[in-house]
Design a protein around this ligand. Structure first.
Ligand code: NAP
Ligand code: G4F
Length: 319
């Protein structure tokens, strides 16, 4: 039986990845940070199947202790301050957790379990002000936020640990992936939740920022499978992962409101300048042909399926 340690198990991706690894027969450990409240909501249904170890990416000794305890064959580093908007108000914290925190983990693994295979959660936000379209593994980075540059730091740290110490570390450069478990501050969930509230008469409007930005959106449940596939290759390699289709926020609104029978959503959407960022990533679109070819990765859910799933889930949740 293989053993995996997931940092960020309480997040969207961590919860889906834990489910996936359990179905594959893994012993799963999850690193959880101390909280004054309950941060185990997304994995509450798994608590009798996974083992929780307490630690924080900012505290290297806790990572060393966790790795010594779990002796993982595979480590999935999903923990991060992952919200781009907050990275502008908390740039130092974001750099410390999302950037230096990853380095803490690589260093802890080098010192205690150098043969563990490591997955690093890199991001399409590293492409930022894109230098070419679509983006591939060869596209240069131009981050546009503290989150983006923290992820670039972690990405290059991973590459250097692979090249300097021969460690098996892969970075998945994942484009936006969403689900009913997405944090409510992200635009897709904000819209699905807002549409559900409007449908149920609980709210009259949704306040948003820039509606012209375009993203390559997929389903998180599909994307965690590729994280696992990346660690099963003979040689470690970085991969771009996305659907290869881009949609604007306006198109997401079209699809989400259509689910409740509204074609003209303009009266329900207000622009609030508070949600407009100091710098924007205007358009992202992935060329994931390398992953599709080498990893045989085939996502199950498309954009329409995703929007439908999220709106339906939020209507059920609020009902
Ligand atoms: P998420 O829902 O925000 O989850 C982040 C996780 O990190 C949570 O479990 C959180 O714990 C944990 N965490 C935060 N700070 C920590 C710290 N100091 N020490 C230990 N754990 C900490 O993010 P996600 O959407 O699942 O994304 C997973 C990873 O993929 C992240 O690294 C993200 O940056 C990256 N990524 C995401 C996407 C996407 O579209 N979702 C795309 C590309 C890359 P709490 O529950 O206690 O807050
Ligand atoms: O949903 P978002 O906050 O996601 P963003 O910034 O693309 O980041 C997500 O995807 C990255 C992968 O590319 C991950 F690495 C990262 O961790 C995170 O998961 O915003 C998407 C777009 C942006 O252009 C934003 O300006 O939606 C626009 N937007 C418009 N109104 C809004 C809003 N975003 C949010 N969160 N809230 C709004 O009201």
């Amino acid at each position: 039986m293989k053993t995996a340690l997931i940092t960020g198990i309480t997040g969207q991706d961590g919860s889906y990845l834990a489910e996936h690894l359990l179905t594959l027969g893994y012993k799963v450990y999850g690193l959880v940070r101390r909280s004054s409240g309950n941060n185990l909501g997304r994995v509450s249904h798994l608590l009798d199947k996974v083992e929780i170890v307490y630690g924080d990416l900012q505290d290297m000794s806790s990572l060393i202790t966790a790795i010594e305890k779990c002796k993982p064959d595979e480590i999935y580093n999903l923990a991060a301050q992952s919200f781009v908007g907050s990275s502008f108000t908390m740039p130092v914290l974001t750099s410390s957790v999302t950037g230096l925190g990853a380095l803490n983990l690589f260093e802890a693994a080098r010192l205690t379990k150098k043969d563990a295979r490591i997955y690093q959660a890199s991001s399409s936000e590293m492409f930022g002000k894109v230098r070419e379209t679509p983006q591939t593994e060869m596209t240069p980075f131009h981050p546009r936020s503290p989150y983006g540059f923290a992820k670039v730091f972690a990405h290059f740290a991973a590459m250097n640990y692979r090249e300097s110490y021969g460690m098996y570390i892969c970075s998945g450069i994942l484009f936006n992936h969403e689900s009913p478990r997405r944090g409510e501050e992200f635009v897709t969930r904000k819209i699905s939740m807002g549409v559900a509230k409007i449908k149920l008469g609980l709210s009259k409007e949704i306040q948003l920022g820039n509606l012209d930005a375009k993203r390559d959106w997929g389903f998180a449940g599909d994307y965690v499978k590729v994280m696992h596939l990346m660690l099963q290759q003979n040689e470690p390699e970085d991969f771009v992962i996305g659907m290869g289709q881009t949609h604007s926020i306006k198109e997401f609104l079209d699809a989400a409101f259509a689910e409740i029978g509204i074609t003209d959503w303009a009266p329900y959407v207000k622009i609030n300048p508070d949600f407009i960022r100091p710098a924007e990533v205007d358009i992202l679109i992935a060329d994931a042909s390398n992953a599709r070819k080498k990893l045989n990765w085939v996502p199950e859910f498309n954009f329409g399926d995703l929007v439908r799933m999220m709106v339906k889930s939020d209507i059920e949740l609020l009902s």
